[in-house]
Ligand binder design. Sequence first.
Ligand code: GLN
Length: 298
Amino acid sequence: MRRHTPDVERIWTVLDLVNWGTEYFERKGVDSPRLTIELMLCEVLNVRRLQLYTDHERPLSKEELVVLRSYVQRRAMHEPLQYILGKADFYGLSFVVGPQVLIPRPETEIIVDRAIRILREVGGSAQRCLDIGTGSGCIPISIAAHVSTCTWECVDVHPEALKIARNNAQTHGVEDRVTFIEMDILATLPSGPFDLITMNPPYIALVDVHDLEPEVRDHEPLTALTDDLDGLTFYRRFASVATQILSPTGTALLEIGYGQNTDVQALMVGGGLDCTIIEDLAGIPRVAKISRPSVTKW
Ligand code: GLN
Protein backbone atom coordinates (compact mmCIF):
# COMPACT_ATOMS: atom_id res chain seq x y z
CA MET A 1 0.00 0.00 0.00
CA ARG A 2 1.23 3.49 -0.82
CA ARG A 3 1.72 5.59 2.27
CA HIS A 4 0.21 9.07 2.27
CA THR A 5 3.14 10.59 4.10
CA PRO A 6 6.67 9.42 4.89
CA ASP A 7 6.82 6.72 7.56
CA VAL A 8 8.73 8.26 10.46
CA GLU A 9 10.07 4.84 11.54
CA ARG A 10 12.38 4.34 8.54
CA ILE A 11 15.44 6.33 7.49
CA TRP A 12 14.66 8.95 4.87
CA THR A 13 17.42 10.93 3.20
CA VAL A 14 16.92 14.31 1.57
CA LEU A 15 17.08 12.71 -1.88
CA ASP A 16 14.54 10.02 -0.94
CA LEU A 17 12.17 12.75 0.18
CA VAL A 18 12.68 14.94 -2.89
CA ASN A 19 11.81 11.96 -5.08
CA TRP A 20 8.93 10.79 -2.91
CA GLY A 21 7.47 14.29 -2.53
CA THR A 22 7.72 15.09 -6.23
CA GLU A 23 5.81 11.96 -7.14
CA TYR A 24 3.26 12.46 -4.34
CA PHE A 25 2.49 16.08 -5.24
CA GLU A 26 2.31 15.16 -8.94
CA ARG A 27 -0.35 12.58 -8.11
CA LYS A 28 -2.22 15.13 -5.99
CA GLY A 29 -2.20 17.65 -8.86
CA VAL A 30 -0.17 20.19 -6.88
CA ASP A 31 1.60 22.86 -9.00
CA SER A 32 5.41 22.70 -9.24
CA PRO A 33 5.67 19.41 -7.32
CA ARG A 34 9.47 19.20 -7.13
CA LEU A 35 9.92 22.83 -6.15
CA THR A 36 7.23 22.43 -3.50
CA ILE A 37 8.93 19.53 -1.71
CA GLU A 38 12.33 21.21 -2.08
CA LEU A 39 11.13 24.44 -0.47
CA MET A 40 9.51 22.47 2.35
CA LEU A 41 12.75 20.61 2.97
CA CYS A 42 14.71 23.89 2.93
CA GLU A 43 12.41 25.23 5.62
CA VAL A 44 12.51 22.10 7.79
CA LEU A 45 16.30 21.79 7.56
CA ASN A 46 16.96 25.54 7.48
CA VAL A 47 19.18 25.25 4.40
CA ARG A 48 19.32 26.77 0.91
CA ARG A 49 18.10 24.81 -2.10
CA LEU A 50 21.58 24.07 -3.40
CA GLN A 51 22.45 22.41 -0.10
CA LEU A 52 19.69 19.86 -0.64
CA TYR A 53 21.79 18.53 -3.50
CA THR A 54 25.24 18.90 -1.94
CA ASP A 55 23.85 17.18 1.15
CA HIS A 56 21.42 14.78 -0.51
CA GLU A 57 22.36 11.80 1.66
CA ARG A 58 21.57 13.63 4.88
CA PRO A 59 19.00 11.62 6.84
CA LEU A 60 16.14 13.53 8.47
CA SER A 61 15.56 13.17 12.20
CA LYS A 62 12.20 11.94 13.45
CA GLU A 63 11.30 15.47 14.56
CA GLU A 64 12.16 16.89 11.14
CA LEU A 65 10.04 14.21 9.48
CA VAL A 66 7.07 15.02 11.69
CA VAL A 67 7.22 18.69 10.67
CA LEU A 68 7.69 17.83 6.99
CA ARG A 69 4.76 15.43 7.17
CA SER A 70 2.46 18.14 8.48
CA TYR A 71 3.56 20.50 5.65
CA VAL A 72 2.90 17.79 3.06
CA GLN A 73 -0.54 17.02 4.48
CA ARG A 74 -1.49 20.70 4.50
CA ARG A 75 -0.37 21.25 0.90
CA ALA A 76 -2.27 18.14 -0.22
CA MET A 77 -5.37 19.80 1.26
CA HIS A 78 -4.73 22.76 -1.11
CA GLU A 79 -3.39 25.14 1.50
CA PRO A 80 -1.05 27.55 -0.34
CA LEU A 81 2.65 26.85 0.17
CA GLN A 82 3.21 30.46 1.27
CA TYR A 83 0.84 30.06 4.23
CA ILE A 84 2.49 26.77 5.19
CA LEU A 85 5.96 28.32 5.14
CA GLY A 86 4.64 31.62 6.53
CA LYS A 87 6.38 33.72 3.90
CA ALA A 88 6.14 34.90 0.30
CA ASP A 89 8.59 36.55 -2.08
CA PHE A 90 7.56 39.85 -3.63
CA TYR A 91 9.70 42.33 -5.56
CA GLY A 92 12.85 40.55 -4.36
CA LEU A 93 11.90 40.77 -0.67
CA SER A 94 10.52 38.15 1.67
CA PHE A 95 7.23 38.99 3.42
CA VAL A 96 5.65 37.25 6.38
CA VAL A 97 2.18 36.07 5.38
CA GLY A 98 -0.65 34.23 7.07
CA PRO A 99 -4.30 33.50 6.29
CA GLN A 100 -5.16 37.02 7.53
CA VAL A 101 -3.59 38.55 4.39
CA LEU A 102 -3.66 37.97 0.65
CA ILE A 103 -0.51 36.30 -0.69
CA PRO A 104 1.40 38.87 -2.77
CA ARG A 105 1.06 38.17 -6.52
CA PRO A 106 3.80 38.73 -9.11
CA GLU A 107 1.47 40.87 -11.27
CA THR A 108 1.15 43.37 -8.42
CA GLU A 109 4.87 44.10 -8.82
CA ILE A 110 3.87 46.30 -11.79
CA ILE A 111 2.43 48.82 -9.32
CA VAL A 112 5.70 48.84 -7.39
CA ASP A 113 7.77 49.27 -10.57
CA ARG A 114 5.64 52.17 -11.79
CA ALA A 115 5.46 53.81 -8.40
CA ILE A 116 9.24 53.77 -8.00
CA ARG A 117 9.64 55.30 -11.45
CA ILE A 118 7.06 58.02 -10.76
CA LEU A 119 8.49 58.93 -7.34
CA ARG A 120 12.02 59.16 -8.77
CA GLU A 121 10.87 61.28 -11.73
CA VAL A 122 8.93 63.68 -9.54
CA GLY A 123 11.71 63.87 -6.97
CA GLY A 124 11.29 66.17 -3.98
CA SER A 125 12.07 65.59 -0.37
CA ALA A 126 8.80 64.42 1.16
CA GLN A 127 6.33 62.56 -0.98
CA ARG A 128 3.18 61.65 0.91
CA CYS A 129 1.79 58.31 -0.16
CA LEU A 130 -1.29 56.27 0.73
CA ASP A 131 -1.86 52.53 0.35
CA ILE A 132 -5.47 51.36 0.59
CA GLY A 133 -6.17 47.80 1.79
CA THR A 134 -2.56 47.19 2.63
CA GLY A 135 -2.75 43.52 3.72
CA SER A 136 0.80 42.22 4.17
CA GLY A 137 2.08 45.71 3.33
CA CYS A 138 3.97 44.36 0.33
CA ILE A 139 3.23 47.34 -1.96
CA PRO A 140 4.21 50.29 0.28
CA ILE A 141 7.08 48.44 1.97
CA SER A 142 8.68 47.43 -1.35
CA ILE A 143 8.36 50.98 -2.66
CA ALA A 144 9.66 52.56 0.56
CA ALA A 145 12.61 50.15 0.52
CA HIS A 146 13.63 51.56 -2.88
CA VAL A 147 12.70 55.24 -2.53
CA SER A 148 13.92 56.84 0.69
CA THR A 149 12.08 60.16 0.18
CA CYS A 150 8.52 58.83 0.50
CA THR A 151 6.41 58.44 3.62
CA TRP A 152 3.37 56.16 3.71
CA GLU A 153 0.05 55.94 5.43
CA CYS A 154 -1.35 52.45 4.95
CA VAL A 155 -4.94 51.65 5.81
CA ASP A 156 -6.67 48.33 6.26
CA VAL A 157 -9.93 47.42 7.94
CA HIS A 158 -8.39 44.33 9.58
CA PRO A 159 -6.18 44.82 12.67
CA GLU A 160 -4.69 41.30 12.26
CA ALA A 161 -3.47 42.24 8.79
CA LEU A 162 -1.93 45.45 10.14
CA LYS A 163 0.06 43.45 12.71
CA ILE A 164 1.60 41.40 9.94
CA ALA A 165 2.27 44.50 7.85
CA ARG A 166 3.99 46.29 10.76
CA ASN A 167 6.18 43.27 11.29
CA ASN A 168 7.13 43.30 7.59
CA ALA A 169 7.91 47.02 7.69
CA GLN A 170 10.28 46.42 10.59
CA THR A 171 11.98 43.49 8.89
CA HIS A 172 12.69 45.67 5.88
CA GLY A 173 13.79 48.66 7.93
CA VAL A 174 11.14 51.14 6.76
CA GLU A 175 8.99 51.35 9.90
CA ASP A 176 9.95 55.00 10.52
CA ARG A 177 8.43 56.06 7.17
CA VAL A 178 5.46 53.68 6.94
CA THR A 179 2.49 54.08 9.28
CA PHE A 180 -0.38 51.62 9.55
CA ILE A 181 -3.89 52.73 10.37
CA GLU A 182 -7.02 50.70 11.00
CA MET A 183 -9.67 52.24 8.77
CA ASP A 184 -12.64 51.30 6.62
CA ILE A 185 -11.94 53.34 3.52
CA LEU A 186 -15.53 52.88 2.34
CA ALA A 187 -16.74 54.83 5.39
CA THR A 188 -13.86 57.16 6.31
CA LEU A 189 -11.07 59.02 4.57
CA PRO A 190 -7.50 59.76 5.61
CA SER A 191 -6.61 63.42 5.38
CA GLY A 192 -4.79 64.06 2.16
CA PRO A 193 -3.65 65.25 -0.16
CA PHE A 194 -1.39 62.40 -1.23
CA ASP A 195 1.17 62.53 -4.05
CA LEU A 196 0.79 58.82 -4.71
CA ILE A 197 -2.05 56.41 -3.92
CA THR A 198 -1.82 52.66 -4.44
CA MET A 199 -4.58 50.09 -4.01
CA ASN A 200 -5.07 46.39 -4.73
CA PRO A 201 -8.70 46.08 -3.66
CA PRO A 202 -10.96 43.02 -3.43
CA TYR A 203 -12.06 43.16 -7.06
CA ILE A 204 -13.45 39.70 -7.69
CA ALA A 205 -17.21 39.76 -8.22
CA LEU A 206 -19.12 37.58 -5.77
CA VAL A 207 -20.50 35.44 -8.62
CA ASP A 208 -16.93 34.54 -9.69
CA VAL A 209 -15.71 33.41 -6.27
CA HIS A 210 -16.78 29.79 -6.69
CA ASP A 211 -14.64 29.51 -9.86
CA LEU A 212 -11.43 30.40 -8.03
CA GLU A 213 -8.83 27.72 -7.37
CA PRO A 214 -9.35 26.01 -3.99
CA GLU A 215 -5.98 27.43 -2.85
CA VAL A 216 -7.43 30.93 -3.22
CA ARG A 217 -11.12 30.38 -2.50
CA ASP A 218 -10.78 28.19 0.57
CA HIS A 219 -7.66 29.67 2.18
CA GLU A 220 -7.13 33.34 1.35
CA PRO A 221 -9.17 35.98 3.20
CA LEU A 222 -12.43 36.46 1.30
CA THR A 223 -12.59 40.13 2.26
CA ALA A 224 -9.31 40.65 0.38
CA LEU A 225 -10.72 38.94 -2.71
CA THR A 226 -14.32 40.08 -3.16
CA ASP A 227 -16.47 43.08 -2.29
CA ASP A 228 -19.46 40.68 -2.15
CA LEU A 229 -20.95 42.61 -5.06
CA ASP A 230 -19.76 43.24 -8.63
CA GLY A 231 -16.06 43.74 -7.84
CA LEU A 232 -16.17 47.49 -8.58
CA THR A 233 -17.08 48.90 -5.14
CA PHE A 234 -13.61 50.21 -4.33
CA TYR A 235 -13.17 51.88 -7.74
CA ARG A 236 -16.54 53.59 -7.35
CA ARG A 237 -15.51 54.85 -3.95
CA PHE A 238 -12.14 56.00 -5.27
CA ALA A 239 -13.73 57.86 -8.19
CA SER A 240 -16.05 59.71 -5.83
CA VAL A 241 -13.40 60.75 -3.28
CA ALA A 242 -10.27 61.14 -5.43
CA THR A 243 -10.34 64.93 -5.46
CA GLN A 244 -10.37 64.92 -1.63
CA ILE A 245 -7.35 62.66 -1.21
CA LEU A 246 -5.26 62.88 -4.40
CA SER A 247 -3.09 65.95 -4.80
CA PRO A 248 -3.73 67.97 -8.01
CA THR A 249 -0.42 66.70 -9.42
CA GLY A 250 -0.59 63.26 -7.82
CA THR A 251 -0.97 59.80 -9.34
CA ALA A 252 -2.96 56.75 -8.26
CA LEU A 253 -2.07 53.22 -9.32
CA LEU A 254 -4.93 50.78 -8.80
CA GLU A 255 -4.76 47.09 -9.60
CA ILE A 256 -7.74 45.86 -11.62
CA GLY A 257 -9.13 42.41 -12.34
CA TYR A 258 -9.36 40.60 -15.65
CA GLY A 259 -11.83 42.36 -17.95
CA GLN A 260 -12.48 45.32 -15.64
CA ASN A 261 -10.54 47.93 -17.62
CA THR A 262 -13.50 49.42 -19.51
CA ASP A 263 -15.71 49.66 -16.41
CA VAL A 264 -12.94 51.13 -14.25
CA GLN A 265 -11.97 53.64 -16.90
CA ALA A 266 -15.61 54.72 -17.28
CA LEU A 267 -15.94 55.16 -13.51
CA MET A 268 -12.81 57.31 -13.33
CA VAL A 269 -13.71 59.46 -16.33
CA GLY A 270 -17.21 59.84 -14.83
CA GLY A 271 -15.52 61.14 -11.67
CA GLY A 272 -13.67 63.77 -13.73
CA LEU A 273 -10.33 61.92 -13.61
CA ASP A 274 -7.78 60.98 -16.28
CA CYS A 275 -7.26 57.22 -16.48
CA THR A 276 -4.90 55.11 -18.55
CA ILE A 277 -4.55 51.36 -18.34
CA ILE A 278 -1.24 49.54 -17.96
CA GLU A 279 -0.93 45.93 -19.13
CA ASP A 280 0.95 43.18 -17.31
CA LEU A 281 3.65 41.01 -18.93
CA ALA A 282 0.97 38.68 -20.30
CA GLY A 283 -0.70 41.64 -22.07
CA ILE A 284 -3.63 41.69 -19.64
CA PRO A 285 -4.91 45.14 -18.55
CA ARG A 286 -3.78 45.12 -14.92
CA VAL A 287 -3.31 48.59 -13.45
CA ALA A 288 -5.35 51.79 -13.76
CA LYS A 289 -3.13 54.88 -13.65
CA ILE A 290 -5.16 57.84 -12.54
CA SER A 291 -4.51 61.55 -12.23
CA ARG A 292 -6.51 64.74 -11.94
CA PRO A 293 -6.85 66.70 -15.19
CA SER A 294 -4.52 69.67 -15.28
CA VAL A 295 -6.23 73.01 -14.72
CA THR A 296 -7.06 74.71 -18.02
CA LYS A 297 -4.99 77.83 -18.54
CA TRP A 298 -6.78 80.74 -20.18
N1 GLN B 1 -5.28 38.86 -7.97
C1 GLN B 1 -6.01 38.05 -7.05
C2 GLN B 1 -6.48 36.78 -7.69
O1 GLN B 1 -6.58 36.73 -8.89
C3 GLN B 1 -7.21 38.79 -6.52
C4 GLN B 1 -6.79 39.80 -5.55
C5 GLN B 1 -7.73 40.92 -5.48
O2 GLN B 1 -8.95 40.79 -5.53
N2 GLN B 1 -7.16 42.05 -5.34
O3 GLN B 1 -6.72 35.82 -7.02
